[in-house]
Design a protein around this ligand. Structure first.
Ligand code: NDP
Length: 445
């Protein structure tokens, strides 16, 4: 058995039932076989055994009171996975599906993604099985305050810097930061990113993940002499990542014809009316089916996964993990898809990703394609440290450059190890190399 296989067997044995975590580890380890062959010292120093084990895992009780005075208890998580190259960094997810395995998969991915940005940030992730849907603003506030009352002991601008993810946007970050400030009696703006602009947020952070995904997609296309202009696009989800991916696609002259939420999808052959979508989903927090009230000619289907049967040139899964499986990938391929860029984390199953690659569909894996969010979070941290703020254009230009660099690094790493065109392996290898070098230099820890 190879060292890589040996480590994977241990991961499965020690983390039973954490299927998403196994999936994320399997994908990375598989890519690292040629790197380990080249670096026998990694085996000697048991580097992989250490990198798959979080440095620290925190699980805590989050009691809160609803508007009617009923008491609820949720579970909070923070997994501080790897701090070799900087403070732990990664979002908080509030969704009923959250459990330790989900947070570990996300935290593990974050290590390599953060490394790819070229910025000094380690990997972590957190969240809760709390469901924000249908809750009043006051209930959200009380939950966030309770959550932060515990989390505050474990984070800090040089220790661990959470941000948003599914179910955690600007509103939640505001409540979380407010509670942190009260507990610490200090302005430590760099403790959270994705903050509102009046209290230390960065311009372009809201847009960054979606914009970054499309910048990455544009790099892939340009490299093949193609362009976004005139292409038909399908984007799953209608949250933070999806909305701004849609905006950037439209700016490049592409036509986004379908978007979804967990209840269904909208198909608008005239192109999605983005201002309406932003109002419905981001401001009014409504369901996507309401879109049809304003555009009766649009079609609504109650099967959100059927979005992958819509014919398109470019597919951007931007909702959640494993939302695109092998059969759905086959339908996209049959309908002529030429490129897929993952805005969400691990949205394609391993089989779907392999099928795209086997059919020469350009494939931008999440770690690389959606790294623009965390990269801009790191730029927010820089601005907080400097007590200064850059303009939207300055941040956007840095983001664009970072995404172009990530593309080049991933492409070159794949080439170096004889895996030309395989950006999954390239991103994993390029992200791993910096963290591995740091861990080797820091001694056995
Ligand atoms: P939001 O909460 O803003 O939006 C999530 C969207 O995905 C919603 O439309 C939601 O629909 C849909 N969705 C969530 N869970 C499911 C599910 N189980 N089945 C079907 N649809 C679902 O989250 P974000 O846009 O921030 O995050 C989306 C993805 O992008 C996640 O994978 C996240 O980890 C990843 N990501 C986010 C970053 C960021 O900066 N925000 C950075 C990098 C990656 P509904 O409203 O019905 O729940």
């Amino acid at each position: 058995m190879s060292y890589v296989q040996e480590v994977f067997e241990t991961v499965k044995r020690r983390n039973p039932g954490e299927l998403e975590f196994h999936q994320a580890v399997a994908e990375v380890l598989e890519s690292l076989e040629p790197v380990i062959d080249k670096h026998p010292e990694y085996r000697e120093f048991r580097l992989l055994d250490r990198i798959v084990e979080p440095e620290r895992q925190i699980i805590f009780r989050v009691p809160w009171e609803d508007d009617l005075g009923n008491i609820h208890v949720n579970r909070g998580f923070r997994v501080q996975f790897n701090s070799a190259i900087g403070p732990y960094k990664g979002g908080l997810r509030f969704h009923p599906s959250v459990n330790l395995g989900i947070i570990k998969f996300l935290g593990f991915e974050q290590i390599f993604k953060n490394s790819l940005t070229g910025l000094p940030i380690g990997g972590g992730k957190g969240g809760s099985d709390f469901d924000p849907k249908g809750k009043s603003d006051r209930e959200i506030m009380r939950f966030c305050q309770s959550f932060m009352s515990e989390l505050a002991q474990h984070i800090g601008p040089d220790v661990d810097v959470p941000a948003g993810d599914i179910g955690v946007g600007g509103r939640e970050i505001g409540f979380l930061y407010g509670q942190y400030k009260r507990l610490k009696n200090a302005t430590e703006a760099g403790v959270l990113t994705g903050k509102g602009i009046p209290f230390g947020g960065s311009l372009a952070r809201t847009e960054a993940t979606g914009y970054g995904t499309v910048y990455f997609l544009n790099e892939m296309l340009t490299d093949k002499g193609l362009e976004l202009k005139g292409k038909t696009v399908v984007i799953s989800g209608s949250g933070n990542v999806s909305l701004y991916a849609c905006k950037k696609c439209q700016e490049y002259g592409a036509k986004v014809v379908a978007m979804s939420d967990s209840n269904g999808y909208i198909y608008d052959k005239n192109g999605i009316d983005l201002n309406l979508m932003i109002r419905l989903k981001e401001i009014e927090r409504k369901r996507i089916k309401e879109y049809k009230n304003y555009h009766p000619e649009a079609e609504y289907s109650e099967n959100c996964r059927a979005i992958w049967s819509v014919k398109c040139d470019l597919a951007l899964p931007c909702a959640t993990q494993n939302e695109l499986n092998e059969q759905e990938a086959a339908v996209l391929i049959e309908n002529g898809v030429i490129a897929v860029a993952e805005g969400a984390n691990m949205p394609s199953t391993a089989e779907a990703a392999k099928l795209f690659q086997a059919h020469k569909v350009m494939f931008g894996p999440a770690k690389a394609a959606n790294a623009g969010g965390v990269a801009t979070s790191a730029l927010e941290m820089s601005q907080n440290s400097m007590r200064y703020s850059w303009t939207f254009a300055e941040v956007d230009q840095k983001l664009h450059q970072i995404m172009a660099n990530i593309y080049t690094m991933s492409k070159n790493a794949a080439q170096e190890f004889g895996l030309e065109g395989n950006l999954i392996a390239g991103a994993n290898i390029a992200g791993f190399q910096k963290v591995a070098a740091a861990m080797m230099a820091l001694g056995i820890y």
